[in-house]
Design a protein around this ligand. Structure first.
Ligand SMILES: [Zn+2]
Length: 246
């Protein structure tokens, strides 16, 4: 029974504590995505938006999660070089990112990273961690009981999910999750036919802009020099998956 709370991240095989169901995770991502789209201005037609859609679809196609309802949105915001992902495959890229992502390969480095967060279920994982911290083992027991939940248990779970919606969107990913998303992202971009070495060019462009913060610009993000080092170390693995398009 306790095993129901465990999951394994793709490609890395890391053990994860995930105590919300896939359905809850998808509902959480869907709701949060609608909230974002209500607040932000979308670009659906420009060459930037077309690039986000084009690259996103190709990476989603090799993600192994055809059950996700993938969405790739471009947000009009030239000030902010940002990108983020919500559970279940809702990816958002700000137009400001194109100052650094100069071609499809470099854009694929960013989108691959975000898709990596999605397929490794990092949102569900951080919500689970927050729920466990807030409410203790009880929530785990309820989540594990799954579809056999009593109405009272369901209510409790929904209350915890309400907490999760807020916390899940606000909480930054851990450094471990960032590293994992980098590793998976490089593999996915390579599988989709994008040169994983372009990720280095992208991060180096960022490092040369003092004061600019990286995508998801959260304080826990690994510093860019460390990140460039770690990405350099991950490239040989990704190159094994790389099949250039003709
Ligand atoms: Zn990230």
């Amino acid at each position: 029974m306790l095993i129901a709370g465990c999951a394994k991240a793709p490609y890395t095989g890391r053990n994860q504590l995930i105590i919300i169901s896939q359905e809850q995770e998808l509902a959480l991502g869907h709701q949060a995505a609608r909230d974002v789209l209500q607040k932000e201005k979308r670009d659906t037609t420009s060459p930037k938006a077309q690039a986000v859609e084009r690259v996103g679809r190709r990476i989603a196609a090799v993600s192994g999660r055809s059950d996700f309802q993938w969405e790739f949105h471009t947000i009009i915001n030239d000030e902010t070089p940002n990108a983020f992902c919500l559970p279940g495959g809702k990816v958002f890229v700000y137009t400001g990112l194109f100052e650094y992502a100069k071609n499809d390969d470099q854009l694929a480095a960013v989108i691959g990273h975000e898709v990596g967060h999605a397929i490794a279920r990092h949102g569900a994982e951080r919500v689970s961690t927050a729920m466990a911290a807030q409410t203790g083992a009880a929530v785990g027991m309820i989540a594990i009981s799954g579809s056999d939940m009593s109405p009272a248990s369901q209510q409790l779970t929904m209350a915890a999910m309400g907490l999760g919606v807020n916390v899940g969107v606000i909480l930054p990913f851990s450094r471990g999750q960032e590293y994992e998303a980098d590793r998976i992202g490089l593999i996915l971009m390579a599988k989709a036919g994008y040169d994983p070495r372009a990720a280095l060019d992208f991060w180096q462009a960022f490092a040369q802009q003092p004061g600019k913060k990286p995508p998801e610009f959260l304080s826990t993000h690994p510093a860019s020099e460390n990140r460039i080092q770690s990405i350099r170390g991950l490239i040989p693995e990704a190159m094994q998956y790389y099949k250039p398009q003709q």
